[in-house]
Design a protein around this ligand. Sequence first.
Ligand code: EPZ
Length: 418
Amino acid sequence: MEGKFVIEGGKTLAGRLEVSGAKNSVLKLMAAALLTPEECVIRNVPRITDVETMAEVLLHLGAEVKWQGKVLRIRSGEFPGRKAPYHLVRKMRASILVLGPLVARYGEASVAIPGGCNIGARKIDFHLKGLQMLGAEVITEHGYITVKARRLKGRNIYLDFPSVGATENLMLAAVGADGVTRIENAAREPEIQDLAEFLRGMGVEVHGAGTPLIEVKGGLPERGTDHAAIGDRIEAGTFALAAAVTRGELDVRGVNPFHLRLALEKMGEAGVEVELHEEGFKVRGAERYRAVNVATLPFPGFPTDLQPQMMVLLSLAEGVSVITENVFESRFMFVGELNRMGCDIEIKGQHAVVRGVGRLSGAEVSATDLRAGAALVLAGLAAEGVTEVMEIHHVDRGYENFEEKLRSVGANITRVMS
Ligand code: EPZ
């Protein structure tokens, strides 16, 4: 559904919000279901377009996919297809995560080369290098990458950078390798720990997820699993910042607060009151915020997926903050749109110099990617007057019932079909 969000700013948010299941876990669990012919059940699945696209990819590969409410039932069957087509991969580059399981199971897979996006080139060289280290042959032609391997051989492999996707693709490929594979310099994100849990549920031996050294013992699983995905830490962080910028008070539930502890600590440094609890955390805004410096880093560092939203809070702080984006090479595309709402942000290479301003003013703006769209909504909630956020298909990729959830805690936001 295309359309725009129309937001009347200045409302203070108050109440309780339940986050949905983590997009960046569920997409990988769906790919992992290709490792077995038995049925896999995934619970706590958000109804968002990225999950719909991944379901289309699995259907295209010949798997059965049934989606009832928050439950996905996937049965890959014996001989699914082996090619993730361009029209689906271009919609969602996470489709490349079918490479690992298909090569593990069938020794061959083809995936359209994913293009870049508005936050960077999004290369997949670490994925391909790791697959080659496991003995696969990689052929790139006519816009597709074909990976072939008669036998994958487990061994020590390493990543130049703790890439989330490369870690996951290689974990999944290693399930089909002979012997043990050790992935060094692995990413440590909670979603990777969730994937390891899912694999263990299928009887796969995986150790070390959440640390830089992950060990996978080869052996294709004969059974499926039934697994509830973790809560979405980025959606939770987005709501924490919505409370902060509207100087409101929210109880955010359905997430492990330790999955975004450093981000919450950083918000605390700026003056936001945060109190962790069993089900999530309580967050209370303040009248005045302090400027703080933020550097995005792989987990457990400050998540790049909360960088745009944090920029809105720092625009309301007193003083000058510097945000350094260390994960993606061009994740400041949206800053021009924020400045049209009265922010005073200057980009210097990988740094954004954010000068606090007294107030934001509503304007017509356009989302450039998923998290930038969320940040523009937060700016609209804090701004005086009306903000219209266009291109909200970006937001629908990763936020389930975004405007309904915000409205339920007092925001004046409506989706207007254009
Ligand atoms: C995952 O992307 C997330 N997406 C991203 O969330 C998130 O921002 C990112 O991890 C970092 O946390 C999903 O999980 C579906 P990376 P991924 O591989 O796996 C470079 C969102 O908004 N790189 O850790 O693609 C890459 O270009 C999205 O939900 C290579 O150079 O991230 C980037 O600069 C946005 N070669 C950096 O590494 C490679 O082979 C980190 O990428 C792989 C990555």
